[in-house]
Write a protein that binds this ligand. Structure first.
Ligand code: AMP
Length: 399
C-alpha cells in the first residue's frame, strides 16, 4: 500500500529516470527506482517497493514508456499509483533562470516557461520537461510541482551573482551566477541548524556538498550570499568529471592551438576532467585507496581537489565574517573522513578543530565532528534531495 498523502519524486535525465515514492511526514521511502538507457535498444530498470526488488532489461523508447512500465511494476505489487492517494508529484528541474524562485505548481504556462529558458541548461531542462510531460500524461489528476535546483540561490547578492563581463552581453544572454544543488544546500543548512538547536536565521554556515558534482555555499541566516557553481554547474570546486574553475582563456587556446570544437571542449571540461581527468578515476573510494598505496596520479588529484576546496572555505570565512558551522554533505562529504580532516587541517587559529574519533564514526545520521572547544561546529549532515522535493511539493499543493 502507498500511504495516503505520499509524494512521487521524479528526476528525469536525458536518458534516465530516477524516482521515489515517499511519505513526507514520516520520511518513509515506500518505493525507489532507476530506469537507465531510455531510448537505446535495451533499457535497464531497477525498481524497489517495500523490500521487493525487481530488475528488468527491456526496450523503452521514451520516458512515457518508462513511466508506463514503472506504473505496471507497481500494479504487479497490487498498487494502482493513479488511485493511491498521492498528494503530488515533485519534479526536479535543474534551471529556473530568472523565472522561478520557488517550487511552482506546473501549469501549461509553467511548462512553456521551462522550455523557453532551456537554452540556459540545454542538457537538463529539456529532459526534466520530458519527465514532466510523461508523468502528467499518465497521472493527469495528481498535481505536479517543479522544484528548481537554482531557486535557493535566486537572491544572491548582486556582486556575487555578477560576472565582470560586458554588461550588455550579460543582460542579453542572461549571463550571471545562478548556482545549483540549491535543494541540497537549503535542506542541509536547515538540518544543521536543527541539529545545533539554533534558528537557521541566527547562524552563518559554510555548506560543502561534495558528491560527484560538488559545490560550496556561504549561508548567512538561512540565505546564501555566495556559491561556487555559476551560470552552469561547471564552475567552482574540482568535481568527479568536471574541471570546476578554469581560466576561460584555455577555451580559446584549445580551439586555436589544438583545433578542438566547442562540443569537444564542452565534453572535455564536463565529462573527462576533474578527478577523472587527473587520475583516471572519479570514485573517491578508489582514489583514497590509491592514495594510501602511494599512487602518484591519485595523490596529485587529491591535492588539487583539496587545494580548491580550502580556497573556497577560506573565501567564505571572509565573506561571512563569523562562521558558526561548516557542514559536509553528499557522497564524499558524508563518507570520506580524510577529505573532511584534510580540508580543515591547520585551521585551529580560526577556531576550527576536528575531533579525529568523531570524524571516524560512520553513521547515516547528522553528527558533530568538531571538538567541544571548537569555536566553529563542524557537522556531517546527510543530504536528502528527494525528501526536500517531496516536502516542497506538498508545501505548494497545500498552500
Ligand atoms: P553523490 O554524487 O553524492 O552520490 O556522491 C558520489 C561520490 O561519493 C563518489 O565519488 C563516490 O566515490 C563517493 N563516495 C561514496 N561512498 C564513499 C565512501 N564510503 N568513501 C569515499 N567516497 C565515497
Amino acid at each position: 500500500m502507498i500511504v495516503e498523502g505520499s509524494v512521487l519524486v521524479v528526476n528525469a535525465g536525458s536518458s534516465s529516470l530516477k524516482y521515489q515514492v515517499l511519505d513526507p511526514v514520516t520520511e518513509e521511502v515506500i518505493a525507489d527506482g532507476l530506469v537507465e538507457r531510455i531510448g537505446e535498444p535495451m533499457s535497464s530498470v531497477k525498481h524497489w517497493y517495500r523490500g521487493h526488488d525487481v530488475r528488468r532489461e527491456v526496450a523503452l523508447p521514451d520516458h512515457e514508456a518508462a513511466i508506463a512500465l514503472v506504473l505496471d511494476l507497481f500494479k504487479a505489487d497490487g498498487v494502482d499509483i493513479a488511485d493511491s492517494g498521492l498528494s503530488a508529484v515533485g519534479h526536479r528541474v535543474v534551471h529556473g533562470g530568472r523565472s522561478f524562485f520557488a517550487p511552482t505548481l506546473i501549469t501549461d504556462e509553467v511548462r512553456s516557461e521551462i522550455e523557453r529558458i532551456s537554452p540556459l541548461a540545454p542538457l537538463h531542462n529539456p529532459a526534466n520537461l520530458t519527465g514532466i510531460n510523461a508523468v502528467s500524461a499518465l497521472l493527469p489528476d495528481v498535481p505536479a510541482v517543479a522544484v528548481f535546483d537554482t531557486a535557493f540561490f535566486s537572491d544572491l547578492p548582486d556582486e556575487a551573482a555578477t560576472y565582470a563581463l560586458d554588461a550588455e552581453v550579460a543582460r542579453e544572454y542572461a549571463v550571471r551566477r545562478y548556482g545549483f544543488h540549491g535543494t541540497s544546500h537549503e535542506y542541509v543548512s536547515r538540518c544543521a541548524a536543527d541539529f545545533l538547536g539554533r534558528d537557521v536565521a541566527d547562524i552563518n554556515q559554510i555548506v560543502l556538498h561534495l558528491g560527484n558534482g560538488a559545490s560550496a555555499s556561504a549561508v548567512r541566516g538561512g540565505a546564501p550570499i555566495d556559491t561556487t557553481m555559476g551560470m552552469t554547474p561547471l564552475e567552482g570546486l574540482v568535481m568527479g568529471t568536471r574541471t570546476g574553475d578554469i581560466d576561460a582563456g584555455i577555451v580559446f587556446q584549445l580551439s586555436r592551438v589544438a583545433g578542438m570544437s566547442i562540443e569537444d571542449i564542452d565534453t572535455l571540461f564536463n565529462k573527462k576532467s576533474g578527478l577523472k581527468g587527473l587520475c583516471g578515476d572519479n570514485d573517491f573510494r578508489s582514489i583514497l585507496e590509491r592514495v594510501a598505496e602511494g599512487d602518484d596520479a591519485a595523490e596529485r588529484a587529491y591535492r588539487v581537489y583539496l587545494h580548491r576546496l580550502r580556497r573556497y572555505i577560506g573565501a567564505y570565512m571572509i565573506e561571512l565574517g563569523k562562521v558558526d558551522a561548516i557542514v559536509f554533505t553528499a557522497g564524499v562529504g558524508e563518507n570520506a573522513a580524510p577529505v573532511r580532516a584534510d580540508s580543515l587541517a591547520g585551521l585551529e587559529n580560526y577556531g576550527i578543530r576536528i575531533d579525529a574519533d568523531r570524524n571516524a564514526v560512520r553513521s547515516p545520521d547528522p553528527r558533530l565532528i568538531s571538538t567541544d572547544d571548537s569555536a566553529v561546529a563542524v557537522l556531517v549532515v546527510p543530504t536528502n534531495e528527494e525528501l526536500a522535493i517531496a516536502r516542497a511539493a506538498v508545501g505548494v499543493v497545500s498552500a
